[in-house]
Design a protein around this ligand. Structure first.
Ligand code: PEP
Ligand code: MN
Length: 343
């Protein structure tokens, strides 16, 4: 249920509502819009007597949210969520029509200090504003490279210091959340962990923004329910990431669900990021698919770029060379302009 306050409702009236919600054993989530305050009421599925709230002072109306996700829904928050990150001198804003596209780029994995520093300078010069790179890697085989852990996190932080790029990196388990939060600006929850509910609760209690990747066999509703776990713990800075789903097609690694971009943006106020690298699995298609994503309304792209893809320890086949990334950004600028966005 959401309680829509009258415009000009006092802080006193708002706190009385919150108190009443808490007395009912529920949690209150505040959304302060430009005109009025909306209070989301979530917690359990027990029926609640609406009239109790309708009669309270300062309340305009009480509206049930029929969708299973509440805080992630546009019914709860009409305006786009804008996430602000401050990695250096200039703030980065993600989401909302007036923000520039979030350009996340970098290698699949942090391999060496030199490799990540070199990657950072390459993607920064090409126009990226956020550096990606896995310190903890979720690999299909236990014998594959698993990431350099905390060493890699330190190198990422050094790259941020040198370039001013924000850092996005994956956190794979509950225990890793404090460590990764110490170094990263954005916590990535990988596709394989989209329904790791303990991890979702843990990143929900963190103050770091979260990039939540869609599970390869998850529906959009399941993705939104996963986001709801994070939001319901009080972390409202969540980005949804479409990274391709598994279909009968085997020529590409996954199938980019381009529908997810307009659908998620209709159903939810959260920013939508597209990962064309994992969606295609082949670098040759990354630029075309990136253009489609931006044209469809994505708020950003996360793209794998490696100084030398042939030597990459993971996902070399889908990684762009520095030159290819430069060319991609030039093309994305033109598509962005066509849809009233900037890079
Ligand atoms: C990654 O970003 O390198 C990654 C493992 O992505 P996903 O979780 O989407 O497979
Ligand atoms: Mn990868």
């Amino acid at each position: 249920m959401v309680i829509i306050m009258q415009s000009g409702a006092s802080t006193q009236e708002i706190s009385s509502i919150i108190k009443q919600i808490e007395t009912a054993g529920m949690r209150a989530h505040l959304s302060q819009g430009e005109e009025r305050t909306i209070i989301g009421m979530v917690g359990n599925d027990r029926p609640i007597d609406r009239s109790v709230f309708e009669l309270m002072s300062g309340v305009d109306r009480v509206v049930p949210i029929l969708r299973p996700y509440k805080l992630a829904s546009r019914d709860f928050k009409k305006d786009d969520t804008v996430i602000q990150i401050n990695p250096g001198k200039t703030a980065i804003r993600i989401g909302g029509a007036s923000s520039a596209l979030a350009m996340m780029a970098g290698p699949c994995a942090v391999e060496t200090r030199e490799q990540i520093l070199e990657s950072a300078h390459i993607v920064k010069a090409a126009g990226a504003n956020i550096l990606r790179g896995g310190a903890f890697k979720p690999r299909t085989s236990p014998y594959s490279f698993q990431g350099h852990g905390e060493d890699a996190l330190k190198w990422l932080a050094e790259a941020r210091e040198q370039t001013g790029l924000a850092i996005v990196t994956e956190v794979m388990s509950v225990e890793q959340v404090p460590l990764v939060s110490q170094y990263a600006d954005i916590l990535q929850v990988g596709a394989r962990n989209m329904q790791n509910f303990a991890l979702l609760n843990a990143v929900g209690m963190s103050t770091r923004p979260v990039l939540l990747k869609r599970g390869m066999m998850s529906t959009m509703e399941e993705l939104l329910m996963a986001a709801e776990y994070i939001l319901s713990n009080g972390n409202y800075n969540v980005m949804l990431c479409e990274r391709g789903i598994r279909t009968f097609e085997t020529y590409t690694r996954n199938t980019l669900d381009i529908n997810a971009v307009p659908v998620l943006k209709t159903l939810s106020h959260l920013p939508v990021i597209v990962d064309p690298s994992h969606a295609t699995g082949k670098w040759e298609y990354v630029t075309a698919v990136s253009k489609a994503a931006v044209a469809a309304g994505a708020d950003g792209l996360i793209i794998e770029v490696h100084p030398n893809p042939a030597l990459a320890m993971s996902d070399g086949a889908q990684s762009l060379t520095p030159e290819n990334y430069v060319n991609l950004v030039a093309k994305i600028r033109r598509v962005a302009e066509a849809v009233d966005r900037t890079v």
